[in-house]
Design a protein around this ligand. Structure first.
Ligand code: NAD
Length: 482
């Protein structure tokens, strides 16, 4: 195999695909290929699942006491922190995100391993008062082997988000990262091996979704699946899980509303509202992609929002401006399709950011664009664009704001901007989504905070202790002692 091809990691060893198939990896900032990855098929996935099963049942991983597992996770957290600059540079080159964002992502992945390293020996079961002469214990146990399928938008962060809790409770894992960006993950798994994760505990199979991803989702040796990506593939993964009678979590994106009432503190809200869509060029499942503004302050708020948007600058990952390129030519075509359609529908453009001069001509750049007022039925008001495109809609009163906020197929995150404490609580309770931020917004933030969606945004919870529960099953043991 060509030495420049990145291999996958199975049972503690780096291997190429049996078929020899590879695919190029493009740098979003230049549009040029700079390396290649091996394409796993069903045979490599099967090998990875068997290795994980062996590590769990008979290998060094399954024998570790929880405190020892926790120490390994904590050691990996420290190692990631020591390697942060190298990992950030790799992540920035591979995804196109500005270096500042990539550095923040590496801080987050270390934090996941720190948090769940501390949790590993605190996963307690329960006892249940039962009939006289009985003692009942409810044990929390790992599934055995868990399967994880990830997208390309936050590879490093999601490596921590999905694997750290699964490993903390004792599962052995098989991960299929996205074909568009997986280099930081290959480096992270190397660091895991260096700090002492035993062979088979942590396996990574790279390659195409329809091959490696589908084979992993369908593998009968998997006890639980965790998927992040598009709703369409989420449906396929859930079908595969159902065929094997196993559970899965699905994290499928959103059209998250940011609700601005007339009494909001504009100075506080404006930079946060802008960052919530510009972060990672809008390619964030929890991007705040719809701003709902009370009609009486619509012009005042959107005027200032437009000024901020017009000042945004787009450049390569190493220029480290407000916004980097999109992940791929395909994603740029998709986002450009939304922009062209909105323009041809006559949706007014309130402001556009600027591309830096002399950018590489083949890079996947798109100017951040602010549209408003967007008609409620327009596609921009309902569908996830997954790009730096912000939609503004006016609302009349609190009931209208809640109806509008809840009026898409998605339900992931929302924010409420108001100084009225009673309204904060009323609105937060009425929103159909997994997280509500009041007078702040944390797209993807907060390792400690349970996160996930309802409706088309998916189901199941990641982060915080909720993720520990997701990756465990319970066993009830009933003793009769007379
Ligand atoms: P995708 O759902 O196609 O891919 C996500 C992961 O699933 C990748 O690892 C992919 O290889 C794998 N996959 C693809 N087909 C599969 C199959 N048949 N069986 C099993 N696994 C399979 O997402 P994408 O193409 O990367 O992006 C498409 C759209 O999805 C984006 O434009 C965006 O709207 C959305 N998206 C959402 C998130 C999120 O965080 N929720 C992340 C990325 C993309």
């Amino acid at each position: 195999m060509d030495a420049s091809v990145r291999q996958m990691f199975i049972d503690g060893r780096w291997i190429g695909a049996d078929s020899g198939e590879t695919m190029p990896v493009f740098a979003p900032s230049t549009g040029e290929p700079f390396t290649a990855i091996a394409c796993a098929g069903a045979a490599e996935v099967d090998r990875a699942v068997r290795a994980a099963r062996h590590a769990f049942e008979a290998g060094a991983w399954g024998c570790l006491a929880p405190v020892e597992r926790g120490r390994l996770l904590s050691r990996l957290a420290l190692r990631i922190a020591d390697t942060a600059e190298e990992l950030a540079a790799l992540e920035a080159q591979d995804t196109g995100k500005p270096m500042t964002q990539a550095r923040a992502d590496i801080v987050a992945v270390a934090r996941y391993f720190e948090f769940y390293g501390g949790a590993a020996d605190k996963v307690h079961g329960d006892t249940v008062p039962y009939l006289g002469g009985y003692f009942v214990a409810v044990l929390k146990e790992p599934y055995g082997v868990t399967g994880h399928i990830l997208p390309w938008n936050y590879p490093a962060q999601m490596f921590g988000r999905t694997l750290a809790p699964a490993l903390a409770v004792g599962n052995a894992v098989v991960l299929k990262p996205a074909e568009d960006a997986c280099l930081s993950i290959l480096r992270l798994v190397e660091l895991a091996a260096e700090v002492g994760f035993p062979p088979g505990a942590l396996n990574v199979v790279t390659g195409r979704g329809e091959q490696a991803g589908a084979a992993l989702a369908a593998h009968p040796g998997i006890g639980f699946l965790s998927f992040t990506g598009s709703p369409e593939v989420g449906t396929l993964v859930q079908r595969a899980a159902a065929a094997n009678h196993i559970g899965c979590t699905l994290e499928l994106g959103g059209k998250s509303p940011q609700i601005v009432f007339a009494d909001a503190d504009f100075d506080q809200a404006l930079p946060v509202v802008t960052k919530a869509i510009v972060q990672n060029a809008g390619q964030t499942c929890s991007a705040g992609s719809r701003v709902l503004v009370e009609r009486s302050v619509y012009d005042a708020f959107t005027g200032r929002l437009a000024d901020g948007f017009a000042a945004l600058r787009v450049g390569t990952h190493d220029m480290d401006l407000d916004c980097g390129p999109l992940i791929s030519a395909g994603q740029r075509r998709r986002v450009q399709g939304f922009l062209d359609r909105a323009r041809s529908d006559g949706v007014p453009v309130l402001a556009e950011g600027r591309l830096a001069p002399n950018l590489p001509p083949a890079g996947y750049f798109v100017a951040p664009t602010l549209f408003g007022p967007v008609p409620r039925g327009n596609v921009l008001a309902r569908e996830e664009v997954f790009g730096p495109v912000l939609t503004v809609l006016p609302f009349d009163d609190e009931a209208d704001a809640v109806a509008l906020a809840n009026g898409t197929d998605y339900g992931l995150v929302a924010s409420v901007w108001t100084r009225d404490g009673a309204r904060q609580m009323r609105v937060a309770k009425r929103l159909h989504c997994g997280q509500v931020f009041v007078n702040n917004y944390g797209a993807g933030g907060g390792v400690e905070l349970p996160f996930g969606g309802v409706k088309r945004s998916g189901h199941g919870r990641e982060k915080g202790f909720a993720a520990v529960d997701e990756f465990c099953t319970t066993k009830t043991v009933v003793f009769q002692h007379g």
